[in-house]
Design a protein around this ligand. Structure first.
Ligand code: PEP
Length: 247
């Protein structure tokens, strides 16, 4: 989108040791320093690796984010992590509402909305994931599902990033057609603009789902695709950097 600098974000999910995470982060940093991409970079490691990476990457042009946070600021929530804790250890972003969280932990749109509000209150930039299942796509409901997820997952006053991730494209090697990606990103832009006005016109809308070096350039060139949320390919520095170089 004209005037929006792309973002290439890596979702590392539940992978790697601390040593591996540090090596991957260093490879991304060094690669981006050697040949700076025309995109901002973000890596989202597992919680235990965030602080070490945030210290190592401070001021190096690669932001660090979490993959989830709790909706409450603090309290008796064993095993959970607050948005303020992420901010405190150096994260600037947090992925929220990923389809794996929605599926594995039963997160509904209202839960996601509460987490997004908590992230904003803590000064984190939320990366809010939406996307239809394969059955919904085949049933012709993709756009309606995404519109509903946006309406219900975003609090009033939202300022952040949207990631369109069709569930059936995540980790499968399958992607929607370029026409389908452009259509749904246009729908997302329209709903953001309708609800948030000029701010909605300027929000980044990332595509996620089996983005690879081989398909990134075509996808990132589509209207209203302002970057990518990359899972599997973000675990290989050369692939992540190649995707960033396509932006
Ligand atoms: C994701 O889960 O955010 C994702 C895009 O995964 P992958 O790139 O592996 O499909």
């Amino acid at each position: 989108t004209p005037g929006i600098r792309p973002l290439i974000a890596g979702n590392w999910k539940m992978h790697g040791t601390l040593r591996e995470a540090a090596a991957l982060a260093e490879a991304v940093r060094a690669g981006a320093a050697a040949s700076p991409p025309a995109a901002d970079l973000l890596v989202c490691p597992p919680f235990p690796h965030i602080h070490v990476l945030a210290v190592a990457l401070l001021g190096q042009g690669v932001a660090v984010g979490g993959q989830d946070c709790h909706a409450a600021a603090k309290g008796a929530h064993t095993g959970d992590v607050s948005a303020a804790m992420l901010r405190d250890i150096g994260a600037s972003h947090v992925i929220l509402g990923h389809s794996e969280r929605r599926a594995d932990h039963g997160e509904a749109d209202a839960d996601v909305r509460a987490k997004v509000a908590a992230a904003l209150a803590a000064g984190l930039v939320p990366v809010v994931c939406v996307g239809e299942t394969e059955a919904q796509r085949l049933g012709g409901e993709a756009e309606a599902v995404v519109r509903r997820q946006l309406a219900e997952s975003l609090p009033d006053g939202f300022a952040g990033i949207i990631a369109y991730e069709p569930v059936w494209a995540i980790g499968t090697g399958r992607t929607p057609t370029e026409g389908d990606i452009a259509a749904i990103h246009g729908t997302i832009r329209d709903s953001l603009a309708a609800r948030f006005g000029a701010a909605g016109q300027g929000m980044r809308i990332l595509y996620g789902g089996s983005m690879k070096p081989g398909n990134a350039k075509a996808i990132l060139a589509l209207a209203n695709v302002d970057g990518g949320l990359v899972g599997g390919a973000s675990l290989v520095a050369a692939d992540f950097l190649a995707i960033a170089a396509s932006a």
